[in-house]
Design a protein around this ligand. Structure first.
Ligand SMILES: Nc1ncnc2c1ncn2[C@@H]1O[C@H](COP(=O)(O)OP(=O)(O)OP(=O)(O)O)[C@@H](O)[C@H]1O
Length: 578
């Protein structure tokens, strides 16, 4: 059985700065040209900045030198061309930076969308067996935060690192043309800064980030649990303890963030320090070259300012290293949600055919890691159109039997054949188009009565909905509501009584008009008169539908053609001894 596994330590490396570990390239391939455009724009912005600073330095120094040399020299100094070039670079820098922001954020949003679809495709086949041991908050955290962080790899890691590498090489090349020694100093400065950033941030931050992501997930999970069970925490008087747990997760998260920020700040300061040291060294070698006649006066400030522009592309790298660690961890958490898409795609579901008879043969089943068999060589035959009651003590396995009908869990022995097809050869989607279930743990969405009904059967007309409500004895209740079907049911149906909510879930199942209808405790919480009226109306409305009715209430059973009892892992005709 596939499950959502925990994350293994994937480590970090230089490669991680240029592509996220473990994520299938197919996630990124469709947006590769958008990604490339962002990198190109980022490089254009950095080059324009370099051009602007170097040319400004040259222009100012050139104009000053010409001014000092006298009127003739000042008049012969051509200021128009370099001034136009300065304006050109300034405009290009503004435009490139603006377009880079728009383009990279657009690409990041596209990536987030693709990652969420990709994750959903991996998570959906896991439900419910593979997700049973996973807390809802953890799934939410992977779905929202981890996809966001993994997509931010492009804007926060990929673009700055590629820009630093490509532009860094280009700047050294330009310096090489002007003064090889200055190029050596610049290359040394950039190299030392990169190594320093690597040592100060890239390596140590991974462990800190791991703690931060764990604390963040713990906080999100605790928060989801707190909100879901708010009523219970209050009633049980354990709210203070729960709040203390939340506080501890928040404190751990803050601690981890503070340490990461300290490292990042330290690396940023180191880059700035090296930038000034390299600037001084370049000034020294440039002045020497000037005295030796290898450089003109205006070229000296040009090199110094060029050094500042060159280091500008490194300033974002400490942040990129932090983001890289964050991204790698999130990518690993996403990859850990591992359903085998290939295996699913390879075997297309077989579709059951009419008559939709059910044959359960020697079925053996136990939940993973429990050891105890819920079903032990159980047998059952149900013909299409039959009305079958299933009774049995609490915990006997009645609801489990319904889950197995949908192939939600792997069985240890025997078979379930529906419509001539072993359910393991088909999938839950195909089966649910033939079988509607009104289960005990149904979920009503925070929407109107109408929305909840249409969710089950989008094609249902107003008349269909009214008919379904009539069968489940909810007409008078809905008619009395000022907003009728457009009344909000509240969070998880809280504005409905337990019996009303259960009947609404039966109405949903009825609207789907499937050949099979499975009702798990359909009349629980109803008074006798309503129960009888509902069962009568239901049978009258569904003469040809197969109905499987699980119930503890004896009053429901006379409506069934026959009744079986689930006990000791087997199904017995009612009346026989186990
Ligand atoms: N996800 C699960 N993991 C492990 N054990 C489970 C799981 N779900 C149910 N069980 C166990 O399987 C057994 C059968 O549970 P099931 O819900 O099918 O019983 P039931 O007959 O429907 O009970 P009830 O009438 O109270 O609804 C129980 O002992 C239950 O504790």
């Amino acid at each position: 059985m596939k499950t959502m596994s925990t994350v293994s330590h994937s480590g970090t490396g230089v490669r991680a700065l240029f592509m996220p570990n473990g994520m299938g390239l197919h996630v990124f391939r469709p947006v590769r040209w958008h990604m490339l455009l962002g990198v190109v724009l980022a490089c254009v912005g950095a080059l324009a900045n370099f051009g602007l600073l170097t040319l400004s330095g040259w222009l100012l120094a050139g104009a000053a030198t010409a001014g000092l040399a006298g009127t003739v020299a000042a008049q012969s100094f051509n200021i128009l061309l370099p001034a136009t070039a300065v304006r050109f670079f300034a405009t290009v820098r503004i435009l490139a930076r603006y377009l880079e922001r728009v383009s990279t954020h657009d690409t990041a949003l596209r990536l987030t969308g693709r990652l969420r679809s990709w994750l959903y495709a991996r998570l959906a086949p896991l439900a419910p067996a593979g997700l049973v041991s996973v807390r809802g908050g953890d799934v939410l955290s992977r779905f929202v935060s981890d996809t966001d962080r993994a997509a931010a790899w492009y804007t926060d890691v990929g673009v700055p690192c590629w820009r630093a590498l490509l532009c860094g090489l280009f700047f050294v090349g330009v310096f090489l043309c002007l003064l090889p020694l200055a190029a050596g100093v610049l290359a040394l400065g950039l190299g030392l800064a990169s190594i320093g950033v690597w040592a100060l941030v890239a390596r140590p931050v991974y462990g800190l980030m791991q703690r931060s992501v764990e604390s963040h997930t713990a906080l999100q999970t605790e928060l989801a649990d707190t909100l879901q069970g708010l009523g219970e925490w209050l009633v049980l008087g354990t709210m203070a303890r729960q709040l203390a747990t939340l506080g501890a997760s928040q404190a751990a998260l803050t601690r981890a963030h503070r340490r990461i920020a300290t490292r990042e700040g330290l690396a940023g300061s180191f880059v700035t320090l090296l930038m000034f040291c390299t600037a001084l060294a370049i000034l020294g070698v440039a002045l020497q070259a000037f005295h030796a006649g290898q450089l003109t006066g205006p070229e000296v400030p040009m090199l110094v300012l060029g050094n500042l522009a060159a280091f500008d592309v490194l300033v974002a790298v400490p942040g990129a290293c932090v983001a890289s660690a964050r991204t790698q961890l999130s990518a690993a958490r996403l990859v850990a949600c591992g359903a085998d898409e290939g295996a699913k795609a390879a075997s297309a579901p077989v579709v059951p055919v009419a008559p939709y008879d059910l044959e359960i043969h020697d079925l053996c089943f136990s939940y993973p890691n429990t050891g105890a068999y819920v079903l032990d060589h159980a047998n059952l035959m149900v013909r299409q159109g039959e009305k079958l009651g299933i009774i049995g003590p609490s915990g006997a396995g009645k609801s489990s039997l319904i889950s197995l009908l949908f192939n939600f869990w792997p069985v240890q022995g025997g078979s379930i054949v529906f419509g001539g097809v072993n359910v393991s050869a088909t999938d839950a989607e195909t089966l649910s188009s033939l079988i509607s279930v009104a289960s005990q743990d149904f979920h009503l969405f925070t929407a109107t009565l109408r929305d909840n009904l249409l969710l089950a059967a989008p094609q249902a007309s107003e008349a269909d909905m009214n008919e379904a409500l009539r069968i489940v004895q909810l007409t008078s209740f809905v008619v009395a509501l000022p907003e009728g079907l457009d009344t909000l049911v509240g969070n998880e149906g809280l504005r409905l009584s337990g019996g009303q909510a259960r009947r609404l879930s039966i109405a949903q199942a009825l609207l789907r008009r499937t050949p099979w209808l499975v009702l798990d405790e359909p009349t629980e919480g109803l008074d006798d008169a309503t129960e009888q009226a509902l069962m009568k109306a239901l049978l009258a409305a569904c003469p040809r539908t197969t109905i499987l009715c699980i119930s503890h209430r004896k009053s429901v059973l006379p409506f069934m053609d026959r009744v079986v009892r689930l006990e000791g892992g087997r199904l017995w005709p009612e009346g026989e001894k186990t």
